[in-house]
Design a protein around this ligand. Structure first.
Ligand code: 4AD
Ligand code: MG
Length: 470
């Protein structure tokens, strides 16, 4: 049995008359002769030409969009336009029928909203299958990158007792029917939740293994119904002993570039398809709203240019003095040092001001998590966010507070019970060292590489407020 992607390589090596067996789903069937078949292995369909005069009517009737077929035939040079080669069908078996009046994925343009309601079938479309092939390649590239750099892949718990980010946006895990019952009675004998980040456990492992990373699902019960937020998303979290914030920023930048470079070279046909799809979509917009760069140009730009690095205070000044702020174009005015940047501010810095990815570091301590290292000014912490065009924040990271007393003080100031973090504090008691790490949101990176607009379309079965179908 051969997949279409292998067949495509065979075709490229010009093996005429070769006998092949292919299986896949019918995309279209024209003139009772031309079957466009795809098995999901690549973007290109395979044209299979049927000798309809010698095919029984009851078989012809079953060759409908969505049906699955097994075809045996010979590779021939195609006489038609659109493909160089085709398969001359010698035998055909209908594996699974598909009612043409009921199959939701018709060979026409569907809205992404409609496809989301049919998330179990949307992978049969060109766009969504491209996105998921790219998602797979990105995941592989992430493991490859860290493996080659000597990092250890560690598995941190999905069910935890801690709120790593201190934001209280957690899904509680309980076996109790009544939520008012004492948690001592619960399965773990304490309150537990789905993890919002594997960072705290990754820190423990880094302070023994050196360089580690986690890569898994994380859960946030934030009620943000935006095109950039999911309640269940995948995060990559490297954690490095002996790294300071500059080492951390260097690693994050080279990591992102390497992943994008890898995927760009491995998924050329899929990216080209998405690029062309987007270009067509852009043409439907008014001229002044079209994006200046195509998807491929944006990808190449990120690979080939340094990210701009600026402190929070510098970013704040740029925003405060910007025309957009003065003309009250921001929904959230930039007035007081210490505010958290909104996505409109992040996108202004990246898309309008610098026109490249930006790393903002040294954020006000008040708006960042307890574990970030306090600077000597006592007002800022060694945090860094990487901001991307069209996306906003793609990475959040920091140098961690390694000094026991300073950490205890930060924990207290943020109203967290020190006892809950006893084991985390132990790491500062026994052989503490400077260390750093970051978290990259996998879906946000996929948004960038695929040019998709909504984060719900880059994860197979999205979880968002009021939505956990499938
Ligand atoms: O900035 P965040 O909250 O950082 C952390 O969780 C740290 N513990 C990471 C670390 O230092 N080890 O999240 C990291 C990244 C964000 O930059 C964003 O890309 C993504 O995770 N992210 C989300 N992606 C989709 N949906 C959401 N609701 C997300 N929240 C964060
Ligand atoms: Mg963040």
């Amino acid at each position: 049995m051969t997949t279409l992607s292998t067949i495509n390589s065979i075709l490229k090596s010009n093996t005429l008359n070769k006998e092949v067996i292919v299986q896949g789903w019918v995309k279209t069937f024209r003139s009772n002769r031309f079957i466009n078949l795809n098995d999901g292995s690549c973007i290109e369909d395979l044209q299979c030409v049927l000798d309809y005069e010698n095919t029984k009517k009851n078989i012809l009737d079953k060759i409908n969009t969505g049906a699955s077929l097994k075809i045996q035939g010979k590779v021939q040079e195609s006489k038609g336009r659109g493909q160089k080669y085709e398969i001359e069908v010698e035998s055909l078996e209908v594996l699974g029928e598909s009612d043409p009046d009921k199959f939701p994925i018709q060979p026409k343009k569907h809205s992404f909203e409609f496809l989301r309601e049919n998330a179990h079938l949307r992978v049969r479309t060109k766009t969504i299958s491209s996105v998921f092939r790219i998602r797979s390649e990105i995941s592989y590239a992430i493991h490859k990158f860290f493996n080659e750099q000597g990092f250890f892949y560690v598995h941190t718990p999905i069910i935890t007792g801690s709120d790593a980010e201190g934001a209280g946006e957690m899904f509680r895990v309980t076996t109790l029917k009544d939520n008012n019952i004492d948690h001592c009675e619960d399965f773990f004998g304490k309150e537990t939740n789905l993890t919002v980040s594997g960072q705290l456990e990754a820190e423990a492992l880094a302070l023994g293994l050196g360089n580690v990373y986690t890569f898994g699902p994380t859960f946030r019960a934030e009620n943000s119904n935006t095109s950039r937020h999911l309640a269940e998303f995948w995060m990559v979290e490297p954690e490095m002993a002996f790294y300071d914030l500059n080492d951390n920023m260097d690693l994050a930048e080279s990591f992102i570039k390497k992943i994008i470079t890898h995927v760009y070279s491995k998924c050329k046909s899929d990216i080209k398809f998405l690029n062309d799809r987007l270009e067509k979509e852009e043409l439907t917009k008014p001229k002044d709203q079209r994006s200046e760069l195509s998807l491929i140009e944006r990808i190449e730009f990120v690979i080939n240019n340094d990210f701009k690095r600026i402190s929070y205070t510098e970013a704040f000044d740029i925003l405060r003095n910007s025309k957009s702020n003065k003309k009250k174009k921001f929904k959230y005015p930039v007035s007081e040092w210490g505010i958290d940047f909104q996505s409109e501010h992040e996108r202004f810095l990246v898309e309008k001001h610098f026109k490249c990815p930006v790393i903002v570091y040294d954020y006000p301590a008040k708006i960042k998590a307890f574990y970030m290292r306090l600077n000597d000014d006592k007002d800022t912490v060694r945090a860094m966010d990487i901001l991307f065009p069209g996306i906003g924040e793609i990475v959040g990271g920091s140098q961690r507070e390694e000094r026991l007393e300073v950490l205890k003080d930060r924990i207290k100031k943020q109203g967290i019970d020190e006892k809950e973090l006893w084991w985390y504090l132990d790491l500062r008691k026994y052989g503490t060292v400077k260390h750093s790490g970051f978290g990259l949101g996998l879906e946000r990176l996929i948004l960038f590489i695929t040019g998709m607009n909504n984060i719900r379309d880059v994860i197979p079965f999205p979880r968002t407020p009021k939505n956990a179908e499938f």
